[in-house]
Design a binder for this molecule. Structure first.
Ligand code: ZN
Length: 159
């Protein structure tokens, strides 16, 4: 089974950088990271201390309903290369413990698990074997923030 690993849409990121506003009414600013480990949701790299970042509110759903939550995400404040190796699990997340949340086609949570990045594909395979699962979100287990979405490689719409 093959998957696609999807960063936040380019247009959303470009708009946040250009306007310093997000789609949820927040005024944004560029901050210098004092934390080692904030992931950029565009290039899907973990950023070191001292990186220029923008924090904004993002809703990673095309569905509506009670599960379609909005939450905080970081992106590089300056242009970075959007994650292009979409058939490969993002390497920077491999050493992390992750929450994998499976959603059905209506956007309702179908299943969720705390799992090591080292064996993420095994967990994804188990989730996506169920035809009711449309999308899996990878999130930070402690902070809860959305990291990236995963869909089936064939015939699947983006999250
Ligand atoms: Zn980036």
């Amino acid at each position: 089974m093959h998957f696609r690993y999807l960063p936040i849409d380019d247009e959303v990121v470009r708009n946040v950088r250009a306007t310093l506003h997000d789609a949820h009414g927040n005024d944004l600013h560029v901050q210098i990271s004092d934390d080692d480990g904030n992931p950029c949701r565009s290039c899907l790299r973990i950023t070191p201390v001292g990186t220029r970042l923008i924090l904004f509110a993002h809703k990673p759903f095309t569905t509506t309903g009670p599960y379609a939550e909005t939450g905080p995400v970081f992106v590089h404040a300056d242009a970075c290369e959007t994650y292009r190796e979409q058939s490969e699990f993002p390497a920077d997340f491999r050493p992390r413990t992750l929450v994998l949340r499976a959603y059905n086609h209506a956007g309702h949570i179908h299943d969720t698990i705390l799992a090591p990045g080292e064996t993420a594909e095994e967990t994804l395979e188990r989730f996506f074997t169920d035809p009711d699962v449309a999308t899996v979100h990878v999130r930070n287990p402690a902070w809860g923030c959305f990291d990236f979405a995963v869909v089936r490689a064939e015939g699947a719409a983006a999250a």
